[in-house]
Design a protein around this ligand. Structure first.
Ligand code: NAD
Ligand code: UFG
Length: 335
């Protein structure tokens, strides 16, 4: 298929592009490079053995999106482009609504105008807020507990409304849990700018000696070791799920909302220990107060993804840490 991937030079989008290209699809990336680098295109090509087309552009530019959809004869869209930092979304709510909701609206308008009816959308487990129980399945109540989460909730609802109005429109809403790891080649991975917000890239930078210690946010949660529990999912497993969701839309001609996680929860201390094993170094850590807005535990019931897509995670926490460490080491050497 001829596919448009918005945000395709970002962390998850770059892995998805590599997977899609390897399956024989034609891929056009549109990214404004707000949180990624143009040289990722070459690295996707090196991993996949085929080049994606790259267009520097902004999804909020409806005319530009329409020109891409028509000009490239696009048949389906994978929409990753978004801002994603929860804390920043409190500081800049307008930027988040503009980019994430406004960007999705402009893209959806252009898709309607170009009669492109297939969409795979990056949603997040953040839509569950503080889940009443874990594992959390797709029927759990959704709560937007911060501006970023609300942008995902709103976009999910906009997509559902379009699907109920336009008979031909098919969308897969994919709720990622905690993406982690990197491509095993060491060529693709996460490039946090400044201080990483997320645990795994922070731990990797401490292991590399770039930061002095991991701050463990809270040791008094009602979890086995008192630290926060999450469902870390290898980005390569996540990428594969996008290709499989796209195939589902084409095959079944039905919409889809699924959790993408492993179904297993790991605490902050579990992650640090697994990373120590992967890198062979001791990782200094310090217990500090809870980070505001964090929940005690969140992990997926991922059974629907298996039932509908035949997808399940294959790579565990050890591989996530090994691959994140390889990426961290190569990145330090490259930069
Ligand atoms: P990322 O920042 O690495 O990638 C997003 C890409 O989108 C970047 O390359 C950025 O330059 C681009 N972009 C942002 N705004 C744009 C715009 N207006 N026009 C064009 N390009 C734009 O983030 P990621 O981790 O790869 O996340 C991808 C998607 O997955 C996002 O929608 C994010 O909200 C969602 N998600 C991420 C996580 C996570 O922890 N990484 C968890 C759940 C959901
Ligand atoms: N943590 C630390 N120290 C750090 C960073 C994180 O102890 O330096 C802890 C957090 O308190 C939490 C766990 O590590 O218990 C994971 O934190 P992350 O920031 O890596 O991930 P979150 O679960 O907070 O959030 C992530 C994404 C959100 C997304 C959510 C659900 O950042 O965008 O997963 O998908 F919404």
């Amino acid at each position: 298929m001829r596919l448009l991937v918005t945000g395709g030079t970002g962390f998850i989008g770059s892995h998805a592009c590599a997977d899609l290209l390897a399956r024989g699809h034609e891929v056009t990336i549109v990214d404004n490079l707000a949180n990624s680098r143009a040289d990722v295109v070459e690295r996707i090509a090196a991993v996949a053995g085929r080049r994606p087309r790259f267009i520097m552009g902004d999804v909020r530019d409806r005319d530009a999106m329409l020109a891409v959809l028509r000009g490239q004869g696009i048949e389906g869209v994978l929409h990753f482009a978004a801002l994603k930092a929860v804390a920043e979304s409190w500081e800049k709510p307008l930027a988040y609504y503009d980019n994430n909701v406004g960007g999705s609206l402009a893209l959806l308008h252009a898709m309607q105008e170009a009669s492109v009816d297939l969409l795979v959308f990056s949603s997040s487990a953040t839509v569950y807020g503080d889940p009443e129980h874990c594992p959390v399945d797709e029927t759990a109540p959704r709560r937007g507990t911060n501006p970023y989460a609300r942008t995902k909730l709103m976009t999910e609802d906009i997509i559902a409304d379009i699907a109920s109005q336009r008979r031909t429109f098919r969308a897969a809403t994919l709720r990622y849990f905690n993406p982690a790891g990197a491509h095993p080649s060491g060529l693709l991975g996460e490039e946090p700018s400044g201080v990483p917000n997320n645990l795994m890239p922070y731990v990797a930078q401490v292991a590399a000696g770039e930061r002095s210690e991991v701050q463990v946010f809270g040791g008094d949660y009602p979890t086995p070791d008192g630290t926060g529990v999450r469902d870390y999912i290898h980005v390569v497993d996540l990428a594969r799920a996008h290709s499989e969701a796209l195939e589902y839309l084409v095959r079944e001609q039905r919409c889809l909302t699924v959790n993408l996680g492993t179904g297993r929860g790991y605490s902050v201390l579990d992650v640090i220990t697994a990373f120590e094993r992967a890198c062979g170094r001791t990782i200094p850590r310090k217990l500090v107060p809870r980070r505001s807005g964090d929940v005690a535990a969140c992990y997926a019931d991922a059974s629907r993804a298996f039932e509908l897509l035949g997808w399940r995670a294959r790579l565990g926490i050890e591989r996530m840490c090994e691959d994140a460490w390889r990426w961290q080491s190569r990145r330090a050497a490259r930069d």
